[in-house]
Design a binder for this molecule. Sequence first.
Ligand SMILES: [Zn+2]
Length: 340
Amino acid sequence: MDLERYQRQMLFAGLGLEGQRRLAAATVALIGVGATGSVLANALVRAGVGRLRIADRDYVELHNLQRQMLFDERDAGEGRPKAIAAAEKLRAVNSAVTIEPLVVDVNSETIDEVAHGADLLLDGSDNFEVRYLINDVCVERSIPWIYCGALASYGMTMNITPGGPCFRCIFPEAPAPGTAPTCDTAGVLGTAVGTVASIAASEAIKLLVGRGTPNPGLISIDVWELSFDVVSLGPPRPDCPACGQRNFAYLYGEAAARTTSLCGRDAVQVRPGGSSYIDLHELAGRLREAGVAQLRLTEHLLRFTVSGCELTVFPDARAIVKGTEDETYARTLYARWIGM
Ligand SMILES: [Zn+2]
């Protein structure tokens, strides 16, 4: 191992040569390489993690570049898969790191391929459903993971480690589809992403080398209000479905979202797991605020067009995405505009 490139961080007493060796021996799986994921991947590859697996279902668009720092105008112009574009950039930065891009929708069927052999999972995703899935697989298999999310001017991060409270102890239920803001409805500052994801990346390094003082709670930062809070967490909850009851509904499918291609209709049906009602009036209001024009709202459905696809949302939280037969793309649009 050529250690010369790491000389400045090995000089830092908290890490040292031993810490550097532990980093080089570690395998990390990153779920999602958008805004927070770009920061996490960049930090770990430059720091010299041994192996980084990057899973992402999306492709680069121009409006990503404001905050997704691994991508450039060429990636957006060609609509390259984020996992592939990220891997190429990161290999050019540090060829000593083994980088494994996976262009997949991370769900209960693909999570094994994503998580196998990993010492740590990192959340670069943008929705609760994937986080519950990560939580299920990590709690079941005693793998640590780090939650990280950013929206508007704020961000949150939390370490979930075996024996401690899990993500569902703290967030027992996902917000109902359509009720929580998303990056596409509330916006997001690149600096909020950079701040919270840098904290999460530091936590990842601490956990991998087994040194330093790990985050003991839920860190919440706001770069606009200039606040930094660490909310302490209680003990694991005995009634927690995941770590208390060991009922891994997101991993074993009972709560997994169901996506069905509607044959011959150039359309895909997306049905989110775990919820069965959506307030169409409220959703319509948020979409209008986000600049979505020509909404059609009736008592039975809400219809609107984004990114060349027509989405029809029903009160039971089901949506038909017309204009594509790509199930992954349909789920991406659902997560982005309706939220899951
Ligand atoms: Zn729990």
